[in-house]
Design a protein around this ligand. Sequence first.
Ligand SMILES: NC(=O)c1ccc[n+]([C@@H]2O[C@H](COP(=O)([O-])OP(=O)(O)OC[C@H]3O[C@@H](n4cnc5c(N)ncnc54)[C@H](O)[C@@H]3O)[C@@H](O)[C@H]2O)c1
Ligand SMILES: [Zn+2]
Ligand SMILES: [Zn+2]
Length: 361
Amino acid sequence: MAHEVRGVVARAKGQPVAIETIVVPDPGPGEALIDVQACGVCHTDLHYREGAINDDFPFLLGHEAAGTVAAVGPDVSSVVPGDFVVLNWRAVCGECRSCRRGKPWYCFATHNATQPMTLQDGQPLTAALGIGAFAEKTLVAAGQATKVNPAASPAAAGLLGCGVMAGLGAAMHTGDVQPGDSVAVFGCGGVGNAAIVGARLAGAATVIAIDLDAKKLDLARRFGATHTVDASAGDVVEAVRALTDGNGADVCIEAVGRPEVMQQAFFARDLAGTLVQVGVPDPSMIIELPMIEFFGRGGALKPSWYGDCLPSRDFPMLIDLYLQGRLPLDDFVTETIALDAVEDAFHKMERGEVLRSVVVL
Ligand SMILES: NC(=O)c1ccc[n+]([C@@H]2O[C@H](COP(=O)([O-])OP(=O)(O)OC[C@H]3O[C@@H](n4cnc5c(N)ncnc54)[C@H](O)[C@@H]3O)[C@@H](O)[C@H]2O)c1
Ligand SMILES: [Zn+2]
Ligand SMILES: [Zn+2]
């Protein structure tokens, strides 16, 4: 039996999104049907509706979600109906070259549901990041649903599904921040502030937050930044050096997705320091660096896909830290909204007014 539910659909490039009736099939082999409880509004949803990801309209948006399992396909044992789950967009395959090498967080063949969700006329929907959770129900690969402690608030838990996990992991996994390290975070939106929290959890002694927006720097201080730098007021690289005994930071995290910011992060490192790029550039962006600086400074330049997370390992652990009061996920939820307010939330995001608007169903 298929389910007719409400979902937020982007029909054409640049057009406002609208609520449509969508058809969600019952789960087949390897799939799970989810009753969505909450889903955060991420920049990537807006990128989809602007046609910046690909042209596979219509899109069913939403991908930072938590909910309960409504039903599973015949061969699924990893989750059962009633489980409280956070959805992820990298369900690892276990078989590709990277999984076989023991690095499943780079999996090159991640799983999504095989049956499409559709509009009422049968037109298939492209689910954002293979999830599509601005909807009362969604269909995913069972591996995309990670069981966590149901005591967590769905609005907060769902945020682990994308931006907050990317930021936490950029510091904890990709940057491999160690106790006592100095860390500089460039861009303090949801992702950058999560990187600040991740750096603190990993034991960083100095955490420098950098942004153009004074409101974001205030937030960064609340999330645990020990110092802030206003990027609109002078030389950012010099400012980071001045806060690190003239040396630069051990780990610099670029959480904006712009070449000039990546340049700053490159030069603001200490010798043998690590540059983590978690901000997503657009395809036109180019970065130029003197090769001698790349060589002479040593260290590592590392892109961070989804914070190099492994959902099955990280989501339950991070929810436990949240329930112990050690991970302030609730503070990332600026507002909770209804399903029909996603378009409005995009505009608030563009104006820099929110860390996260979260749809609660
Ligand atoms: N790697 C991943 O897996 C992953 C996952 C989710 C999001 N992202 C990306 O992370 C980036 C940040 O996402 P977000 O949700 O935090 O976005 P956001 O728009 O909320 O935050 C970006 C912040 O950067 C600041 N900023 C802009 N220009 C700056 C500059 N020149 N110097 C310093 N700060 C500047 C803005 O004021 C804002 O606070 C985006 O590119 C997003 O696509 C990556
Ligand atoms: Zn794999
Ligand atoms: Zn996202």
